[in-house]
Design a protein around this ligand. Structure first.
Ligand code: GLA
Length: 703
């Protein structure tokens, strides 16, 4: 709901539990008023009437208060917008009007000198508390001869202002390949903290998400602010802790301020969305609100549950052929797998990682009849069929590169840096996108493919574009090119689901979540490491998109760790379950056990993929557990990496249950009173090392 007050110069957006208010001063400065629990327009007007403390010579009355601080004028905090035209920098805007529909408020401004029109968008969808912000920047002159181009040096999506507190604490997710999205939570000291990526993709090092609390929030109590960016290229979020105890966070596309793009007269650019969420009820409630919003508004067809997947990458690497994949498919189908995916190695001369990338036709030695015979067999076995692609890349040893060496990102006269023997194509180019569209569209028309795993296995290094008048735009235009291709493919092949992958979780963000059906969380499939990675991932994203595989033990790719099949399964059942082991080497007993775990997963799948998540105990040496609640049912997944001192692990105090109701344990029988499960807790009976189990509870109705 959007209300207006203050003589048409004050706005209040109200969600289910939260409110967000802003107002214009007489000088058209757009000031933040409130972000927190719901208030009324009268409350917001009273806040607007409060006197802003007088500025001394070295301080600005605007700092920390503005909705979108621009470069120039009396401002010392980090600007969200920096524009240059004809050698003149800065922005001085005048208010140009506003409009609102039930879910979105748009405020228009104009910088006369630069002919720059700005629209600030604030969207709060019905039933949600997430504020989605973005900015549209337009060169307001329409005829080329009337204006010089405007250079957007920096154009963040939003600035978020948080009230003064005695101390703020920042939570974010950091990592690297094989160790993504690990949660770190520490006091915010005066000054500024930056997270981001200068790699051309979202990156393994940080997810574009932050949470801020006053140091007093717990998993299920306290006030938490969160902000998450929907952008899959380089990005930056700057969190500034200001002297008065307030915080301002700005964020958007691009890591530096050295130029995003040029706006010619008539051109427009809209920034990615930077979403913000205020919640009470701790980090758990914040995550549940983010999850619900993504399932409802961001993730395509989120109400459809994701199938159990098989992928042989860890088992067979590049050694794939039709006979072997058929053999695996038969075994996978017998386990209850619903989607069979052929990973890297099926196309071109791709028998290793140094050749063939870019040549998206089946390798004739490996798949003599193309992909169709295998796809038909997989369908006959009752599974969907998927293939791996990495459209944005090319091996120099490929037909594509030999024909079009200029299609790779490069700087004239400079070395082309190879990572994993590959270069990045320039998807900002129309001809590159047209070619990829044709190749991918024919792939999907040539065989009954139901699923694409879309990978991206190296960062940008030489992001040049010889001949283009403003090559720096490649950094954003490549990303928009990927979005365009994905959107077009999905529209033309609506039955095809897409998995986002970037060497594991190197491209996990809200914009990818909006265009894909699930994400490959990490190449690290060690079931113990995964608990921490999944714990971090779940801070923002729901289990509905978090793909996890059960692979072989010992885990040869990561650490050589031996782990029981049950532990591996329960670890992967916390997301979208997949199997990635060499099934030809699993014993009959292991295959039978796997079949039973998959059956169990299917029974709890609606809870995992569509329920509310409670993180009962964080990962560590001791007992770790998550709980999903949906309607009358609940599932608890518990893991004990290592039992210490022979002690029984503590009972798990469950959440989200009706204390007065009784619950049946559907696997073991027996009933428990809700009040006992939440107060004393559920005894797991886990002991020893690497023990894990699942508890599926259903409320007894009619009592
Ligand atoms: C990336 C992915 C893996 C696999 C390989 C194939 O590393 O994360 O799952 O698909 O590429 O080359």
């Amino acid at each position: 709901m959007i209300e207006v007050g203050g003589n048409g110069r004050l706005w209040l957006l109200s969600g289910v539990r939260s409110g967000y208010a802003l107002r214009l001063t007489e000088d058209d400065e757009l000031l933040h008023l409130h972000w927190g629990p719901r208030i009324t327009v009268e409350d917001a007007q009273a806040l607007a009437a409060e006197k802003i403390p007088a500025a001394r010579g070295f301080e600005s009355p605007l700092d920390g208060r503005e909705e979108y601080p621009v470069e120039g004028g009396p401002r010392f905090t980090r600007p969200a917008l920096s524009v240059r035209a004809d050698g003149v920098r800065g922005t001085e805007w005048a208010f140009g009007g506003w409009e609102a529909d039930p879910e979105e408020l748009r405020l228009r401004f104009h910088d006369r000198l630069h002919h720059l029109a700005l629209t600030l968008h604030y969207r709060m969808r019905a039933g949600s508390d997430v504020v989605e912000r973005r900015v549209t920047l337009t060169h307001a002159r329409t005829r080329a001869r009337d204006g010089v181009p405007l250079e957007l040096l920096r154009a963040d999506s939003a600035a978020w202002s948080l009230p003064a507190r005695d101390g703020w604490r920042l939570s974010h997710l950091h990592g690297r390949w094989g160790a993504e999205s690990r949660l770190v939570r520490a006091a915010l000291t005066p000054g500024e903290q930056l997270i981001g990526s200068r790699r051309g993709h979202t990156g393994h090092a940080h997810l574009p998400w932050i949470a801020l609390d006053a140091g007093d929030a717990g998993e299920e109590s306290g006030e938490v602010y969160g902000c998450a960016l929907g952008w899959s290229g380089s990005w930056r979020i700057a969190v500034q802790s200001l002297p008065d105890g307030s915080v301002q966070a700005v964020g958007g596309a691009g890591h530096d301020d050295s130029g995003l793009l040029l706006l010619a007269p008539g051109d427009s650019w809209t920034t990615p969305v930077f979403a913000g969420l205020w919640t009470e009820g701790g980090f758990g409630a914040a995550s549940r609100a983010w999850h619900a919003w993504q399932r409802r508004h961001i993730i395509p067809a989120a109400e459809r549950h994701r199938p159990v997947l098989y992928n042989s990458w860890e088992a067979t690497g590049f050694r794939v052929d039709e006979r072997q994949q058929r053999e695996l498919a038969v075994k996978a189908a017998a386990l209850g797998v619903e989607l069979f995916v052929v990973d890297d190695g099926w196309f071109g001369a791709r028998t290793h990682d140094a050749a063939g990338l870019g040549d998206w036709t089946p390798n004739p030695d490996r798949f003599p009849g193309g992909l169709r015979p295998l796809a038909d067999e997989v369908h006959r076995l009752g599974m969907e069929f998927g293939v791996w692609v990495e459209p944005e890349m090319v091996n120099p040893d490929s037909d594509l590169y030999r024909a079009h060496p200029d299609w790779a990102q490069h700087h004239e006269g400079r070395r082309r840096t190879e990572f994993r023997n590959q270069l990045v194509l320039n998807l900002a180019r129309d001809d590159v996108r047209a070619h990829l569209w044709e190749r991918l569209d024919s792939l999907l028309r040539g065989a009954p493919v139901d699923y694409l795993k879309w990978d991206f296995n190296r960062s940008f290094t030489d992001a040049g574009w010889p001949g283009d008048p403003y090559p720096r735009r490649l950094w954003t235009a490549h990303v928009e090119g990927v979005y365009g291709l994905l959107d077009r493919l999905r529209a033309a092949h609506p039955h095809v689901a897409v998995e986002a992958c970037s060497g594991g979780g190197g491209r996990v963000d809200l914009a990818m979540a909006a265009r894909t059906d699930q994400m490959w969380t990490s190449d690290n499939t060690d079931p113990v490491d995964r608990l921490a990675i999944q714990h971090g991932f779940s801070q923002l994203h729901p289990a509905r998109i978090m793909a996890a595989w059960v692979t072989d033990s010992p885990n040869e790719q990561m650490n050589g760790r031996f782990s029981p099949l049950g532990f591996r399964f329960v670890s992967a059942m916390a997301g979208v379950l997949g199997v990635g082991g060499d099934l030809t080497r699993w014993s009959a007993a292991e295959l039978d056990e796997a079949r039973r775990w998959i059956e169990r997963y299917k029974r709890i799948r609606p809870l995992v993929q569509g329920g509310d998540l409670y993180r009962l105990r964080p990962p560590g040496d001791g007992l770790t557990a998550v709980q999903y609640v949906r309607g009358d049912e609940s599932a608890v997944l518990a893991w004990l990496p290592a039992q210490r001192y022979g002690e029984e692990p503590p009972p798990l105090r469950l959440c989200g249950l009706d204390p007065a109701a009784r619950y049946t344990d559907l696997d073991r029988g027996g009933t428990h009173r809700g009040a006992v499960l939440t107060h004393r807790g559920l005894r797991t009976g886990l002991s020893g090392d690497l023990a894990a189990d699942v508890f599926h509870l259903r409320r007894i109705t009619g009592e």
